[in-house]
Design a protein around this ligand. Structure first.
Ligand code: GDP
Length: 366
């Protein structure tokens, strides 16, 4: 599964959020799965109303959502890039994630210690950003030194090109900016792909606000929103403590009452997980049989055989054809037979690019 890592300064509400995510996953109906891989890693279902709608139509034995992995990366502090605290270990953990969920404190509470004085989400965010940028600078510098000779001596064209890109990345980082905002082309990315830079990773900001500002946000979350907008990044407003409380509730009636009291339509966590999934630039296709209705995760632009390979490598190797119905048609015509009759069941070949929401059935040789 793809991984999203929760980062942020100490005492901003990361663990509270991670616990809410893992508790809520555990509390789901029995066909929902959660597994704790280690205390800081959890697999969580991606809520998708389309899956629920398909399940309602087909009434299968099992419903299996797609999942993402959430990692709690605690312990980042100012100076982490210089090895402060357990800085290097935590930065290493970030290197292994596909996306970052950056929690920023937007709540006041005198009981919760804040080392840096008054609440300031913009400066909090910058502290973390700076650590990641410094670490990236280190990686970029190392590579520059390594390929400089090759670029000069051999006149190697590729090395020259990469060196030029790396110099630009370096300057960008030195201006205190994240590499993901550089708009590097695919060709340019080749120069840094092997570095697994931290500030390239897609990032979602979570403004952790107090209870009163849960729906509206507050002056702190607004300030953070402005910087997020300037970066072209997504930000969501959550109250992590409330989310943790919702996650604890087992009785659906209690939950419903709680939601109406707080004017909520769903747990904020659902929004968080959906946003994280969106951040990863993924697509979902479905299989819908009486045994199992299931969501599968693929990259955008994947062709049918590769998508089939997510189910089983044999499906990819032996791929013959795919029967495809769009989600909308599957819901509109209700049965596969009716879709077929209406000419809405397509037979697609190896070159077909799977679309988000496709309901697929693969034919393959074994
Ligand atoms: P972490 O160090 O970032 O993992 O932060 P924690 O999740 O451990 O939270 C630190 C403290 O802040 C704990 O005492 C939490 O109960 C409290 N806390 C977390 N979220 C909120 C919130 O939204 N409002 C308030 N008032 N306190 C919170």
């Amino acid at each position: 599964a793809l991984r999203a890592g929760i980062v942020g300064l100490p005492n901003v509400g990361k663990s509270t959020l991670f616990n809410a995510v893992s508790t809520s996953a555990k509390a789901q109906a029995s066909n929902y799965r959660f597994c704790t891989i280690d205390p800081n890693v959890g697999l969580v279902d991606v809520p998708d109303t389309r899956l629920d709608q398909l399940a309602e139509l087909v009434n299968p034995n099992r419903v299996v959502p797609t999942q993402i992995e959430i990692v709690d990366i605690a312990g980042l502090v100012k100076g982490a890039s210089r090895g402060e605290g357990l800085g290097n270990k935590f930065l290493g953990n970030i290197r292994e994630v596909d996306a970052i969920i950056h929690v920023v404190r937007c709540f006041e509470d005198d009981n919760v210690l804040r080392e840096e004085g008054a609440i300031n989400p913009v400066s909090d965010k910058e502290i973390i950003d700076t650590e990641l940028q410094l670490k990236d600078l280190e990686s970029v510098d190392k590579k520059i030194q390594r390929i400089q000779k090759v670029a000069r001596v051999g006149g190697d064209a590729q090395a020259k090109f990469e060196l030029e890109v790396l110099e630009r990345v370096k300057q960008w980082l030195e201006q205190g900016k994240n590499v993901r905002g550089m708009g590097l082309s695919k060709e340019e990315m080749v120069a840094i792909d092997d570095l697994f830079l931290l500030t390239v990773k897609p990032t979602l900001y979570v403004a952790n606000v107090d209870e009163a500002s849960m729906l509206t946000g507050n002056k702190y979350s607004q300030a953070l929103q402005e910087v997020a907008d300037a970066e072209g990044a997504e930000m969501i407003v959550l109250n992590n403590s409330i989310e943790a409380q919702i996650a604890e509730m087992e009785d659906p009636e209690d939950k419903a009452m709680f939601f109406s009291e707080y004017n909520m339509t769903e747990p904020g966590l659902h929004k968080l997980i959906r946003s994280a999934y969106k951040l990863l630039n993924l697509a979902t296709y479905f299989t819908a049989g009486v045994q199992e209705v299931r969501a599968w995760t693929i990259g955008k632009g994947w062709k049918a055989p590769q998508a089939a390979g997510v189910i089983h490598t044999d499906f990819e190797k032996g791929f013959i054809k795919a029967e495809v119905i769009s989600f909308e048609d599957r819901i509109k015509y209700k049965t596969e037979a009716a879709c077929k009759e209406a000419g809405r069941l397509r037979i697609e070949g190896k070159e077909y690019v799977v679309q988000d929401g496709d309901v697929m059935h693969f034919r393959f040789n074994v």
